[in-house]
Design a protein around this ligand. Structure first.
Ligand SMILES: Cc1ncc(COP(=O)(O)O)c(C=O)c1O
Length: 379
């Protein structure tokens, strides 16, 4: 691997823009652009290339597996995090005594929707509260009991960047025999994930943020011993044990996590995802985490110095790559930053500043200078 700072040159946007918005969508690399163009070239040259497309799907599956220190047969390659969540929710069984799903007030909406939609099957959905910007573990523990089927948490909250203590949450859920799902979308690619260390049941995420590529590809990791016990009803021909069987008088789901997939893979996007994942794996998520942590320390100190209010947890072990700042008008603040050539985003009253390995100290200083200039919009 070359020095991390040198990867910035692969992202043309930095020639004239301070792009610090990976919590929303990654900057576009030369490699991901080339991958999209390769898809078009292949279409011109080959028309349909189903064998090649299926091979690429398997390569992407392998790369996701590597990223999570998982086995490829535990990965479903889906079309969004929402599709992953829906596939999981369609597999849940409410015929027994466990009817409760415990989610949190830090959930991304799509995660909560997946569970609330199950009320028609008898699901009881409750939310653990937020305390000091984090999941209130006491409240979570109070809610999880012998009737709990699933506990679902975000790894990193999309609103304030809070990083969940996954092992502590897993222990609370396991003590009562409940399954655990982690929505890792705001962390994956920026926060190391090792399924063996976490020992949870489901992990969902997608490709367009810290994984550098595009909308149209998500993933789902399913704990190995759960796969054949799960019967997703959100299904399709790519979920069958034999995709080419063209069977219509039965449903024979794959013995692997592919049973959580559905239809034709998102082919153009698979080209891009492969390129994005390769770069992330080349650099290493552990290296990215360390590098971004030092940018974020500079950022936090700078914000405090100009009197800004940081809404993310201050402890670097308790937040992901995103740092949030309270604003009186977050949309106006995003627009003011844009006037200074800075791309950031906002949610829920907060400005979101989300660095990745392609950002540097100059980007951080530019953000702080712009915030100081627009202090009237800081809460
Ligand atoms: C934490 C989290 N989960 C889920 C999603 C939704 O992902 P998708 O649009 O791929 O369903 C997002 C999107 O921003 C997110 O931040």
């Amino acid at each position: 691997m070359k020095p991390i700072e040198e990867y910035r040159d692969h992202f043309p946007i930095f020639k004239d823009t301070v792009y610090i918005n990976s919590c929303s969508y990654a900057a576009l690399s030369d490699e991901v652009e080339a991958a999209f163009l390769k898809y078009l070239k292949d279409r011109h040259e080959m028309g349909a290339d189903w064998i090649g497309w299926c091979d690429r799907l398997e390569r992407v599956r392998e790369l996701f597996a590597k990223l999570l220190s998982a086995r490829a047969d535990e990965i479903a390659v889906t079309t969004s995090a929402s599709a992953s969540l829906s596939a999981v929710s369609s597999s849940l069984d409410f015929s027994g005594a466990r009817k409760k799903i415990v989610t949190t007030d830090l959930a991304f909406p799509t995660e909560a929707h997946a569970w609330h939609a199950l009320k028609k099957h008898g699901a009881q959905v409750v939310h653990a509260k937020e305390k000091d910007g984090m999941i209130d573990l006491d409240d979570l523990e109070r809610l999880v009991d012998e009737t709990t089927l699933l506990v679902a948490v975000p790894l990193v909250c999309y609103r304030n960047g809070a990083l969940a203590d996954v092992p502590a949450i897993r222990d609370i859920a396991r003590k009562k025999g409940a399954m655990i799902l982690v929505d890792a979308y705001q962390g994956v690619g920026a926060v190391p994930i090792d399924v063996n260390e976490w020992d949870v049941d489901f992990i969902v995420g997608g490709s367009l943020k810290y994984l550098l590529s595009t909308a149209g590809v998500g993933f789902l990791w399913v704990r190995g011993d759960l796969i054949t016990k799960s019967q997703p009803t959100q299904t399709g021909w790519f979920a069958q044990e034999d995709v080419h069987a063209m069977l219509i008088h039965d449903n024979i789901p794959a013995r692997s996590a592919r049973r959580f997939e559905q239809g034709t893979p998102s082919v153009p996007n698979l080209y891009a995802v492969e390129a994005g994942l390769k770069m992330i794996l080349e650099i290493g998520v552990g290296n990215i985490r360390k590098y971004v942590a030092s940018l974020n320390e500079r950022l936090k100190q700078g914000i405090l110095k100009i009197g800004g209010k940081i809404m993310s947890p201050m402890n670097p072990d308790r937040h992901g790559a995103m740092i949030t700042v309270a604003s009186t008008d977050e949309y106006a603040l995003v627009a003011k930053l844009a006037e200074d050539g800075i791309v950031a985003s906002c949610r829920d009253g907060n400005l979101r500043i989300s660095a990745h390995f392609y950002n540097n100290d100059d980007d951080i200083d530019a953000v702080i200078a712009s915030l100081e200039k627009n202090k009237n919009l800081l809460a």
